[in-house]
Design a protein around this ligand. Structure first.
Ligand code: CO
Length: 339
């Protein structure tokens, strides 16, 4: 199953090759022309003689950690790669380096903490990764400074059509993009699997520059806070509520003509959809939007509870409905839709 393979892959920002290889293998029989740029973006090029140049983008990278120091006790100290809340780190199992050396993120035990320490979040610089080594030398036989670290989370399904795993942001988007690229369209379509989104939307900018699209859709995994303790008007998205269309976030404003068309298609075809209710955060759409002389964009996202943590929860129906809606939108371009 593609979602399982992609979410269990090791692919923090700047180290996306495992994800790239899975996608290229999955699409081998559907895509004959690929572009790989210097940053590592993988672009499926489905050329056609006429029609608008359409870019679809999903990022391959996930949030992670990077080893910065190995101490005399053989414990690894680390920096964060992308936005991870320090509170979700303590006591989590991880894999270090591409050999996937198993480790556990450790902290001083509660028994040893001073009363004031117990009421505070332990900053990640006070945490460490225990790989079972007894000394610095033993640790350095297994890992190196600069090694990436990802959460060691197995994909699983539970509840009614729900999935739990890591990196749904944005491997779920990669699944959507891969499924869309299995079909043929009569206009030039470019499927960009981008790198380094989580550390500042870096890959999408150069991918858009190379593609020069007339319009772009960014497929994302986004926040979903429809949980206890939140007022409904503060919900970002609702799990199972269908693809979430973004009007505005901190990086871009969605193109209104594209949004209207998506809503029309969803309603006519009984596909559930929702509007993202918050404006915090930003994604690849922000960078593509301001590429060259400007590109109309819209972001469509799959809601993910507990995003950027060791384990997120998403609805498989939301993913399937996102695939269906984007395919309909592309057929609408074939039928003459233009921005
Ligand atoms: Co994302």
């Amino acid at each position: 199953m593609l979602l399982r393979r992609l979410t269990e892959a090791f692919g923090p920002s700047g180290f996306e090759h495992e994800v790239r290889a899975i996608l290229q293998e999955e699409l081998e029989q559907y895509v004959s022309v690929w572009q790989r740029d210097a940053l590592g973006n993988l672009i499926a090029c489905k050329e056609a003689a006429n029609g608008p140049r359409v870019m679809l983008a999903a990022h391959m990278d996930e949030v992670g950690l990077m080893v910065s120091h190995v101490d005399d006790a053989g414990l690894l100290h680390f920096h964060k790669v992308g936005g991870i809340d320090d509170r979700v780190l303590v006591s989590k199992p991880v894999f270090v380096g591409k050999e996937r050396v198993p480790g556990v993120i450790g902290a001083k035990a509660i028994h040893l903490q001073k009363p004031e320490e117990r009421t505070q979040v332990i900053p990640h610089r006070s945490l460490f990764i225990d790989i079972g080594a007894k000394s610095k030398d033993e640790a350095l036989e297994k890992v190196k400074i600069g090694d990436y670290v990802v959460f060691a989370t197995k994909y699983d399904e539970f509840g009614q059509g729900l999935a739990k795993g890591k990196a749904f942001d944005d491997r779920a988007g990669c699944v959507v993009l891969a499924e869309v690229l299995k079909e043929e369209f009569n206009f030039p379509l470019y499927g960009a699997f981008t790198v380094q989104e989580e550390i500042g939307l870096r890959g999408a900018g150069v991918a858009a520059y190379a593609i020069e699209p007339d319009m772009a859709i960014v497929i994302e995994g986004t926040t979903c806070n429809d949980v206890s303790g939140m007022d409904e008007h503060e919900y970002s998205t609702v799990l199972g509520g269908g693809p979430a269309i973004t009007f505005m976030d901190t990086a871009s404003i969605g193109n209104r003509a594209m949004i209207r068309e998506l809503v029309r298609l969803a309603e006519e075809n009984n596909i559930p959809y929702q509007f993202k209710g918050t404006v915090t955060g930003g994604n690849d759409a922000g960078r593509i939007n301001v590429s060259r002389a400007g590109v109309p964009v819209v972001a469509i996202s799959i809601p993910c509870r507990y995003i950027h943590s060791p384990v997120s929860v998403m609805s498989l129906a939301d993913m399937e409905n996102t695939i269906a809606l984007i395919k309909l939108f592309l057929r609408s371009i074939e039928g003459g839709f233009r921005v």
